[in-house]
Design a protein around this ligand. Structure first.
Ligand code: CP
Length: 312
């Protein structure tokens, strides 16, 4: 009997144990990349990106191929959804031909859930407006590889409470002792429902998630400082003066020197001179490009999990 498929549209689709297993599997694949089994041999994976992507699209395409699957890529203008076919009908048809669909819609996640309203094809969210779950998998894989643990990690996040921040909060809050200190510009914080869900996870798991809009009030000592670009893919800001609001949240050399033991994280792409200075991003304590590389291994682990695999 074929294994049951699993959808990954939100971090909340993973149990605490599943999350730990996927991140552990990704770190294992990173340690021995050539030892990956052809666990997706015979599968066909659809790669459907309606928005630009360098890392996520390549990670899932390369990852699927490395696991023995074949891929079909669709651009934003390719499917009949552009001529009015419903998302539900599209998902129903694709599910008869594909085993997994990796989709970046940058739209309402309800569209991804509509695609997932079938039991034959796993659907993976490669970034929607509210959450970027596979980014958090890469981030935690990077932390695990660097620190040997995620439990107890203390992380300062500076910047917009966007889809990467949402996923980070929903993921890190499941690890005992972990602390996520968010400093978000006023008016650009984490969505209230995401913050509430992350805090509920944290209360259950013995972690901490706190947010303020004061970049001058920072935690005393952290293991890592994380930021993200100010213009999230597929979004625009209404306020013409938004840069003034964001400016105090830049990761500067001065801030950086006040955290001499911390590593620097960034989901990329970066805009040097906006959210972070080149000195920090390109400095010796930056692990931003390790995060990018780990997107490959976490994509492979996510694909295996979605296909019902037991993750060693
Ligand atoms: N971090 C990230 O999702 O990168 P891409 O937009 O290039 O996929």
């Amino acid at each position: 009997m074929a294994p049951a498929i699993r959808h990954l549209i939100s971090l909340d689709d993973l149990s605490d144990e599943d999350l730990r297993a996927v991140v552990g599997r990704a770190a294992g694949l990173a340690a021995r990349p050539r030892a990956a089994q052809a666990s997706l041999r015979g599968d066909v994976v659809g790669i459907y990106f309606r928005r630009t992507s360098t890392r996520t699209r390549t990670a899932f395409s390369s990852g699927a191929l490395r696991l023995g699957a074949q891929i079909i890529a669709y651009g934003p203008g390719d499917l009949q959804t552009n001529t009015g076919e419903s998302i539900e009908d599209t998902g129903r048809v694709l599910a008869t031909m594909l085993d997994v669909l990796v989709a970046r819609t940058a739209d309402d996640p309800a569209q991804l859930r509509a695609m997932a309203a079938q039991e034959r094809m796993a659907v993976i969210n490669a970034m929607s407006a509210d959450e970027h779950p596979t980014q958090a998998l890469a981030d935690l894989t990077t932390v695990l590889r660097r620190f040997g643990r995620v439990d107890g990690l203390r992380l300062l996040y500076l910047g917009e409470g966007n889809n990467s921040a949402a996923a980070l909060a929903l993921a890190l809050s499941r690890f005992p002792g972990a602390e996520l200190h968010l400093r978000t510009p006023p008016g650009y914080g984490l969505a209230p429902d995401v913050l509430a869900r992350a805090r509920a996870h944290a209360a259950r798991c013995g972690a901490l998630v706190e947010e303020s809009h004061d970049p001058g009030e920072l935690p005393a000592k952290v293991d890592a400082v994380y930021t993200t670009r100010w213009q999230t893919t597929g979004t625009t800001k209404q306020d013409p003066d938004w840069r003034t609001v964001f400016a105090p949240f830049q990761v500067t050399g001065e801030l950086w020197r006040s955290s001499p033991d911390a590593l620097f994280m960034h989901d990329l792409p970066a805009h040097r001179g906006e959210e972070v200075t080149a000195e920090v991003l390109d400095g010796p304590r930056s692990i931003a490009f390790e995060q990018a590389e780990n997107k490959l291994y976490s994509a492979m682990a996510a694909l295996e999990w979605c296909r019902g695999g037991e993750l060693a």
